[in-house]
Ligand binder design. Structure first.
Ligand SMILES: [Zn+2]
Length: 400
């Protein structure tokens, strides 16, 4: 009666316990130790509680058990640069289901760089604030296929004052949309607004490079440096990249996240990677797609960037995966993207694609192949099984 044994985790106490066992390899998301010596993960109520050897862990009383069947588990991938509008619909390419399709590419978290494809997007200050707050709410209240969408990213316009950023922050806004997509195109004004945003805990990003579509403008290295955002948005252009010397200058000068996107210039992506590696700054590299956009949507965009950077950039695949989860988590201060106690139980389980080269998943990716996704899990719940979009995985996990 007075004995205080720790309560058993299981359905009897109402807690959700997920056990994932028989994991062939665990990728941690951490560049300093990308592969963990473990084969089992236990999660309670959607958070990671234990990582280790299944034979030494208390796997009883699970509400859900997944047999990973020897596949590889990684933190769910994070797309640092998307342009959502509403629900799982994008007016940009008039496409439904793009977020669900992205989940099938192993992505469990999306971060908005501005809801710029909203038809009739308000550009007056009260209107843009209202839309940002509404966007934040509708993705907080509705997760397409379970995917976490951090949205409500206002595009700054001339005339905004400090109190506007304070009001946005108090209303739940945590992000600015890409600077440069609105009327503010000078470094001095942009810097002031980024400072106001930062003061109230709002992260910022910037459109680096040439105009993306008619109506947007050029942002060069001087403007990026003067503005001082938390993320150098698409340093490899979206689509048009800056000249090489400016990209190198940004890599040398910046302590912020160096964001490489799928919808950018792939040669400039490799230049960024090689420069960051020479400078010992690979931990600043994060990945996005920049979709939906003129290039369409890229359900496999983050996996494609990992395979491209690993193969053409000669980066071990286990490090390239960190660009797509752990680095972004750390730069963006998220509670997902790393295998760590207390972090969200957001995972992707993968295996080497059938008939791809290489002896292992990592070798296959470093040869430029996509892995096959076999399952995704968000907040401890299975959100998808064998991917309909990746090449088929050799082995797929099963729910026991
Ligand atoms: Zn952009």
């Amino acid at each position: 009666m007075a004995e205080t044994a720790p309560p058993a985790a299981g359905p009897e106490d109402g807690r959700a316990k997920l056990v994932i066992r028989n994991i062939g390899m665990i990728l941690s998301g951490k560049m300093e130790q990308p592969i963990l010596d473990a084969d089992c993960i236990i999660c309670i109520d959607g958070k990671i509680t234990e990582v280790g050897r299944g034979t030494e862990m208390d796997c009883g009383g699970a509400t859900t058990t997944v047999d990973a069947m020897g596949t590889t588990l990684a933190p769910g991938l994070i797309d640092s640069h998307v342009h959502p509008v509403v629900g799982d619909y994008t007016p940009r390419q008039q496409q439904l289901g793009w977020i669900d399709s992205t989940l099938h590419g192993g992505v469990t978290t999306l971060i908005s760089a501005g809801e710029v494809h909203m038809p009739g997007r308000p550009k007056d200050i009260i209107g843009l604030k209202a839309m940002a707050i509404a966007s934040q709410r509708w993705y907080e209240n509705f997760r397409p296929s379970g995917v976490k969408v951090h949205a409500g990213a206002p595009v700054i316009e001339h005339g905004m004052e400090e109190h506007d950023f304070k009001e946005l922050a108090e209303a739940g806004v945590t992000l600015l949309g890409e600077i440069g997509l609105g009327s503010v195109k000078d470094g001095k004004t942009a810097h002031q607004m980024v400072q106001w945003a930062r003061k109230y805990g709002i992260q910022s990003t910037i459109h680096t490079g040439g105009p993306s579509i008619p109506g947007s403008g050029l942002i060069d290295a001087d403007m990026v440096l003067e503005t001082g955002t938390d993320v150098i948005g698409h340093i490899n252009g979206g689509h048009s990249a800056l000249p090489d010397d400016q990209i190198i200058c940004l890599c040398e000068s910046c302590k912020q996240a160096l964001e490489i996107v799928h919808n950018g210039n792939e040669r400039a992506a490799l230049l960024t990677l090689n420069t960051a590696r020479e400078l010992g700054k690979m931990d600043q590299i994060i990945l996005g797609t920049d979709g939906p956009a003129g290039s369409g949507v890229q359900p496999l965009g983050i996996l494609r960037m990992i395979a491209m950077l690993s193969s053409l950039g000669n980066v071990p695949a286990e490090i390239a995966f960190c660009f797509g989860n752990g680095n972004t988590a750390r730069q963006r201060k998220l509670d997902t993207g790393l295998i760590e106690t207390g972090f969200c139980a957001d995972f992707v389980l993968m295996d080497q694609a059938q008939h791809s080269g290489g002896k292992t998943l990592l070798e296959s990716v470093q040869l430029g192949n996509l892995p096959g996704v076999g399952m995704t899990i968000i907040d401890g719940r299975v959100t998808s099984q064998r991917s309909r979009n990746t090449p088929p995985a050799g082995r797929v996990p099963v729910i026991v």
